[in-house]
Design a protein around this ligand. Structure first.
Ligand code: TMP
Ligand code: ASP
Length: 253
């Protein structure tokens, strides 16, 4: 059998040519990286968890009418997605101060923001994905004003959905990052949610204890990352039925 064609390999995922025209297969790796890949580790089971969690969030979004690239999950680590023209931006939505915003503006981590704040970073690893303004986005042609209006509306819907889902399992959605892509339906184009939505790309804090259940556990050496993601998956009822790191044979005393 011919080996399938690798389209692109990123830090946490690989894209392969899909079985049908206009599709890709998105493979979730166990690699965790932070600080533009200065810190890296293999976290056994992370890819399986993120595949499931991204499926869960993307399916939920589809069900409330927010378009995404997700078609269906294929197996433990792979999902079939729609090919899109990626907009070269990371779109960050923040409900509470944390991370780079807290640092940049001297805010306390966890301080409520007056309203959701949207930021754009230009996707360029060599530059470290710099923060850019709408002016930059439009002037350099990364997206049009109409695209930006659509991106903002899309991001706020994702924020409301994700905040509500998380609140339902006692988790605060502090912030998150999404990426969007352009698809064509005949002469009409629209923007849809692409890439992934997982604890790699969100900040998730337990509402009662403040415990971090996202990639900050890895970034800040706060414990076992797979345990944190497993807890999120468990609360959402999307624990994989097959093996992850937690399902290895264990000795019973
Ligand atoms: P930041 O506070 O470090 O700017 O991160 C904001 C949000 O974006 C947070 O939920 C983590 C997510 N994020 C990514 O998904 N990828 C990245 O490369 C970075 C820096 C942040
Ligand atoms: N994903 C980015 C990296 O690997 C940064 C991060 O998520 O903190 O470097």
């Amino acid at each position: 059998m011919a080996r399938r064609k690798k389209i692109y390999e990123g830090k946490a995922k690989i894209l392969y040519d899909g079985p049908e025209p206009g599709t890709f297969v998105q493979y979730f790796k166990d690699d965790a990286t932070a600080f533009n890949a200065e810190k890296r580790e293999i976290i056994e089971g992370k890819g399986v968890l993120n595949n499931r969690l991204s499926e869960f969030f993307m399916t939920g979004l589809t069900n409330i009418g927010v378009p995404t690239h997700f078609i269906r999950r294929l197996n433990m680590r792979e999902q079939l997605i729609r090919q899109v023209e990626m907009i070269p931006l990371e779109i960050i939505v923040r409900n509470f101060a944390a991370g780079s915003l807290a640092k940049r503006l001297g805010l306390d981590e966890g301080a409520a923001l007056p309203r959701p704040i949207i930021e754009f970073c230009y996707k360029d690893d060599a530059l470290g994905d710099p923060l850019v303004s709408e002016e930059h986005v439009i002037a350099f042609g990364w997206a049009s004003q109409q695209d930006l209006d659509d991106i903002i509306a899309l991001s706020l819907r994702v924020n409301d959905f994700m905040s509500g889902v998380m609140f339902g399992v006692n988790i605060k959605l502090v912030d998150f990052k999404i990426e969007v892509g352009r698809v064509w339906d005949g002469d009409f184009q629209r923007l849809i949610v692409a890439d992934e939505i997982s604890p790699d790309s969100c900040r998730l804090w337990d509402i009662e204890t403040g415990q971090k259940l996202d990639k900050d556990v890895f970034r800040r050496d706060l414990g076992n990352l797979a345990d944190a993601y497993t807890e999120v998956a468990r609360r959402l009822g999307v624990l994989p039925t097959n093996t992850t790191h937690i399902m290895k044979p264990t000795l019973i005393n």
